[in-house]
Design a protein around this ligand. Structure first.
Ligand code: ATP
Length: 301
């Protein structure tokens, strides 16, 4: 049926675009919308423009393949401004969860609401203009640094662009470039470092001011100092904004308001870092394992 085949046929182009990393998903979805076969609900509903950004899953079930249920009757609430971290082993369903927020796939049961409005009743355009994504790999294009930042919000003023750049530590390295914001990135953006690329993507999302932010933590190897800067820029980006973070290093999510531990499509535990450590369950085990991995090898001492 269409419900199964349509997402799969679109997947190729989506994966290419999305895995390359986007800040404002809307621009990408303008391309994808041309391919969409499930029409938007009519009449569409729209949350208040200045809605606080409360996102709820209510009894959500979803499967990619008919006889393999993945997410089963999932309910959760991300309160406005909260950071929700999602952790779990590979294949647990972390990406699926955020894909459902973006409405890449239709639900089999339940609903997801943004400020009280079922996202299935919103136009995709509206939903995606309110949803910012920062994915693992950055997605920059050949053009000036200014244009790359402004991509998430083409009508931004120079002042707004600079404010976003200052808030996300982009300003620091741009100042050391001879052409500053007029510096032209080449096609692979190979004339800036990996960490600088991440900062640029974060600045772009900051400027777009989405109500809901989805972050897939960057795992590319940058030096410790740059890594700290990236973490600080991510924190600035998340401040007062409802955020879902797919976390790969547990050290970065200690301060999350809510940590969801997923296994095989289910949330097996949820709570704060302290609560989950005290519970001594799956999270505590993951934490201990990561800590052990991070410890220096005995030979290296
Ligand atoms: P990782 O940490 O490796 O990114 P994850 O926790 O994000 O993993 P998902 O990508 O959400 O996990 O995948 C959850 C399950 O759904 C996996 O078993 C995966 O193989 C399956 N899956 C993911 N995408 C599809 C798809 N398009 N069609 C069918 N099955 C899929």
């Amino acid at each position: 049926s269409r419900q199964f085949t349509q997402p799969l046929t679109q997947l190729g182009s989506m994966v290419n675009l999305l895995q390359s990393g986007v800040a404002s998903a809307e621009r990408v979805f303008e391309l994808l919308d041309a391919e969409e076969q499930t029409p938007d609900a009519a009449p569409a509903e729209t949350p208040p423009a200045d809605g606080p950004g409360r996102l709820r899953f209510e009894g959500v079930s979803f499967r990619y393949v008919a006889d393999r249920p993945l997410i089963d009757d999932l309910s959760l609430t991300a309160e406005p401004g909260q950071t929700v971290a999602i952790v779990g082993p590979t294949g647990a369903g972390k990406s699926t969860l955020v894909n459902l927020i973006m409405r890449f796939y239709e639900l089999d049961a339940g609903r997801i609401t943004l400020d009280g409005v079922d996202i299935a009743r919103m136009t995709r355009h509206d939903l995606r203009s309110r949803t910012g994504m920062v994915l693992q790999d950055t997605w920059l294009f050949g053009g000036t640094i200014r244009d790359n930042i402004a991509y998430g919000r083409p009508d931004a003023t120079e002042e707004e662009i600079l404010a976003a750049a200052r808030a996300t530590y982009v300003d620091r390295f741009v100042h050391s470039l001879p052409d500053g914001y007029d510096t032209v990135l080449d096609d692979e953006a190979s004339n800036v470092s990996a960490g600088e690329k991440q900062l640029l993507t974060i600045a772009r999302a900051f400027l777009a001011e989405p109500s809901v932010l989805i972050l897939d933590e960057a795992t590319s190897s940058v030096d410790t100092r740059t890594e700290q800067l990236v973490q600080k820029a991510m924190s600035a980006l998340r401040a007062d904004r409802t955020s879902f973070v797919i976390a790969h290093r547990l050290s970065t999510i200690r301060d999350a308001d809510l940590i969801l531990v997923m296994e095989s499509g289910s949330i097996v535990e949820q709570g704060s870092h302290a609560e989950l450590l005290a519970a001594g369950g799956a999270y505590a085990a993951l934490y201990a394992a990561q800590f052990a991995d991070a410890a220096p090898e005995p030979e290296a001492r």
